[in-house]
Design a protein around this ligand. Sequence first.
Ligand code: FPP
Length: 235
Amino acid sequence: MDGNGRWAQQRHRPRLIGHRAGARAVKRSVEFCLERGIGALTLFAFSSENWNRPAEEVGGLMKLFLGALEREVEELHRLGARLRFIGERSRFDGAILARMQAAETLSAGNTRLQLNIAASYGGRQDIAAAARALAEEVAAGRLRPDQIDEDALGARVALADLPAPDLFIRTGGEVRISNFLLWQLAYTELWFTDALWPDVDATLLQSALDDYARRERRFGLTSAQLGQPAPGETM
Ligand code: FPP
């Protein structure tokens, strides 16, 4: 969700105004997923590195998160969203932590949309934590080193119980992954746009989906193996 700061700057407003507009774009995106029957949405709300931003901006973002948790969770629950927070949640203060836990508990039975919020999240940290979990199991004698393979590690990263993401969307003109879901994105289709996050709406999200629908996902195989014509080919 990149470009909140620049969106505000273009209007000669403080960066936090951009984050507030970003929160409205979050709402539009969740509504879009609910309308289109998209089963899971993961939003990168705050990275492990974002703690190093100026204290005023971090403080403002924390207030915004808390406010969003206080105001939006009931409605999200009513709409059938199941919330989950991934990342180092121990770094958040008690009020935010309690709200995160309450939101997960309240919405645990919902199945319409799995809504994951990555907060204080880093992809490398996620993989390192999975490696640490494996090491602890080996040290405790519950696992042998030769049992460690892709499935074993993949089962211990965040969102292991969900299918890998189909589509990754990054706004704000940057063409990089920036430490988001590094393990999980191995075969994900990547889509980049210059649009700033606060400007994201259903039209833009639909164009990402249309583009995605035109792609051929081969997962290392050939088009022929997939039994589909290659792009531009006819059967
Ligand atoms: C990146 O834009 C955005 C963030 C670091 C914060 C994202 C937070 C929200 C969209 C607010 C609400 C979210 C939830 C889930 C309630 P940037 O500040 O890096 O923008 P810039 O690249 O233009 O400076």
